[in-house]
Design a protein around this ligand. Structure first.
Ligand code: MG
Length: 356
């Protein structure tokens, strides 16, 4: 198998920020894995240096392996990175290659990836996600209500940048989307425990917020458990987007209502299936984080899936770079049965102008 790596940096369509980060561009590191006459695509959203790690280390690890034995390649890759840490960009490198290998295997067998993995469901429900703290209340209202008008019955906004103004922004969002849609908030770990507790009560009373993501730092597992037990009844506390190795998920899972995971970070589709098994063992729901084209297939094969984050930046980028990128219909993504693998092809010429 041969791995080819490229990176693209795409400017955002407006300045973006959440409770703890500001950005104006997003880099996608893309892997093409080739065997015979087929090529599979995988990717992760992270620093360009991930591509260097793939080329200098992982390409050699998988070169002589059987393209059908994806889990074997995954094990060989993770073992080879032991001294680099089984976390962070090392695991993102494994993730991008693992996804490319799954796509390649499905193409070699002429199957849609969801079908190769084995589906629990034919569609994956999504929630619209954006609502950046850098948006004006008008931008916020327009984006969130736009998703609801397109039939997505749940949307998420960022909070935590200006805690004093968050109740007002949350009320504005609720009034824009009407009473029927679910409203989620994501603090990205910006609040203290006491701030988060007080705001949870206010968000629920004012706007029936039903999901509070990272109300406190994801490193504060006791804080997450405290919030989980104390927020108003129907509100769910969720975290997990920075999870890499399985041990992270094992430690976090008992402290949240819904476990989040991102295949482009947690070691690819192979890694995500392991997280799903852990969720099944604990009877905990699993929600996917971002990268919709990958998760439409991967989460259809996860038993504990509740929904997927249909993130503004990633849906925009994947629509720009890939032919075959899926759009939600009826609030869900449906993998295309008529295309092999992930069902996407890189638009090389369009991508070139963003080459990093
Ligand atoms: Mg989040």
């Amino acid at each position: 198998m041969r791995l080819d790596v490229s990176s693209y940096t795409i400017p955002t369509d407006a300045p973006e920020s959440d409770g703890t980060l500001e950005w104006d561009s997003t880099t996608i590191v893309l892997v093409q894995a080739s065997a015979g006459s087929e090529t599979g695509i995988g990717y992760t959203y992270g620093a360009e240096v991930i591509g260097t790690l793939i080329e200098s280390k992982l390409a050699g690890v998988v070169r002589d392996r059987d393209p059908l034995d994806v889990q074997g390649s995954w094990q060989a890759m993770t073992e080879s990175l032991r001294n680099n840490g089984e976390t962070g960009i090392a695991y993102m490198a494994v993730a991008a290659v693992d996804v490319a290998l799954w796509d390649l295997k499905a193409r070699l067998l002429g199957l849609p990836l969801a079908k190769l993995l084995g589906r629990y469901r034919e569609t994956v429900p999504v929630y619209g996600s954006g609502g950046f703290t850098s948006y004006s209340d008008e931008q916020l209202a327009e984006q969130l209500s736009g998703w609801v008008e397109k039939g997505i019955p749940r949307v998420k906004m960022k909070v935590g940048r200006e805690p004093d103004r968050d109740p007002e922004r949350v009320r504005a969002a609720r009034s824009a989307i009407g009473d029927a849609a679910e409203l989620f908030v994501d603090g990205n770990g910006a609040y203290t425990r006491k701030q988060a507790l007080a705001l949870a009560e206010q968000f629920y009373a004012d706007a029936a917020v039903s999901w509070f993501e990272e109300p406190v730092s994801s490193e504060d597992l006791e804080g997450l458990a405290l919030l989980r037990d104390r927020v108003p009844g129907p509100m769910e506390v969720a975290a997990g987007e920075y999870g890499y190795g399985i041990g992270y998920f094992r430690r976090m899972l008992p402290n949240v209502d819904v476990q989040q995971a991102d295949a482009t970070r947690c070691g690819g589709i192979t890694g995500l299936l392991r997280v799903d098994a852990l969720c099944a063992a604990h009877e905990t729901a699993l929600s996917g984080h971002c990268a919709p084209q990958i998760h439409a297939h991967a989460l259809s094969a996860c038993q504990r899936t509740v929904h997927l984050e249909y993130f503004h930046d990633h849906s925009r980028i994947e629509g720009m770079l890939f032919d075959g990128a899926l759009s939600p219909e009826g609030g869900a993504l449906r993998p295309d049965e008529s295309r092999p693998g992930l069902g996407i092809e890189l638009r090389q010429a369009d991508a070139e102008r963003f080459a990093a």
